[in-house]
Design a binder for this molecule. Structure first.
Ligand code: 9D3
Length: 247
């Protein structure tokens, strides 16, 4: 999977491949990240990337010319590589990212992420080159970079061979859409608080059932909307009803 990112802050975005799961995926050449800085496509003495908005008002708008040149270079590179990539604009006006959207995106060959700063980018750039607009949630960020990094992280985790064998890829699909169960490690007693006995019973069937129960309970309690459109197995229904009856 190839990720091209159009950004005024390449060092910020490159941090996403500096460590952890995504870093190892980059080391293993499972992903390839390239940043393109619109400032490198300016030709004036001050390397100006923004200008005042037509119609007045506060803030600045990213100029269209240098942005378009950067996107065109990224596109040309991908064409040379024989890779088909959509241009995604990260913005609060976009569709909100979720796990099922990320799963669909993980089947693509790559993406060109366009990150805005200031009040945003000149609308004509969006009309000319942007295929899709995505947000990462309903809160205000200072620019698109964190959005691009979130998308790179979540898409990368879904690629074949990125997560280890035991890691959650398979487990995730089983419990997809549910909150996680509690986790414990040694010591067995910490500050007087004991690890639930069932986890130390060695009875793997009981442990699996307990974890499922915890996941269902916590989801019902904290994020009931996640269960709304979900088809529950008879086993899950029984676990949930037992819990709801008691509470
Ligand atoms: C306070 C400025 N706002 C005036 C109404 C508009 C605004 C402009 C630019 C708000 C945020 C931004 C920068 N945000 C992003 O580039 C962004 C973003 C976000 O803010 N929230 C969630 N997802 C994303 S993806 C890109």
């Amino acid at each position: 999977m190839r990720f091209d990112v159009i950004t005024l802050f390449p060092e910020l975005v490159e941090a996403v491949v500096a460590s952890g799961v995504v870093g190892r995926a980059a080391d293993a050449k499972l992903i390839d990240l390239h940043c393109w800085n619109p400032r490198d496509y300016t030709s004036d003495r001050h390397r100006t990337v923004d200008d005042r908005p037509y119609g007045g008002g506060p803030g600045m708008v990213m100029k269209p010319d240098c942005l378009l040149s950067a996107v065109d270079d990224a596109k040309a590179k991908n064409k040379e590589l024989g890779i088909v990539t959509k241009v995604i604009y990260l913005s609060p006006q976009g569709k909100t990212l979720n796990q099922s959207a990320a799963k669909i995106m993980s089947k693509e060959e790559g993406f060109i992420f366009l990150c805005g700063r200031y009040e945003g980018v000149d609308e004509r750039v969006l009309e000319l080159v942007v295929d899709e607009e995505w947000s990462i949630g309903d809160y205000v960020l200072s620019g698109g970079e964190l959005g691009a990094m979130v998308m790179i992280d979540t898409i990368t985790r879904l690629l074949p061979n990125v997560l280890g064998h035991n890691d959650s890829a398979e487990q995730d699909s089983f419990s997809a859409g549910l909150l996680d169960c509690p986790h414990y490690t040694r010591p067995g007693v910490f500050l007087g608080k004991e690890v639930p006995k069932v986890l130390r019973s060695g009875d793997h069937q009981r442990i699996a059932k307990w974890r499922r129960q915890q996941a269902l309970q916590r989801t019902a309690q904290r994020r009931p909307e996640l269960l709304k459109n979900r088809v529950l197995s008879e086993e899950d229904k029984k676990i949930l009803h037992d819990f709801l009856d008691k509470s």
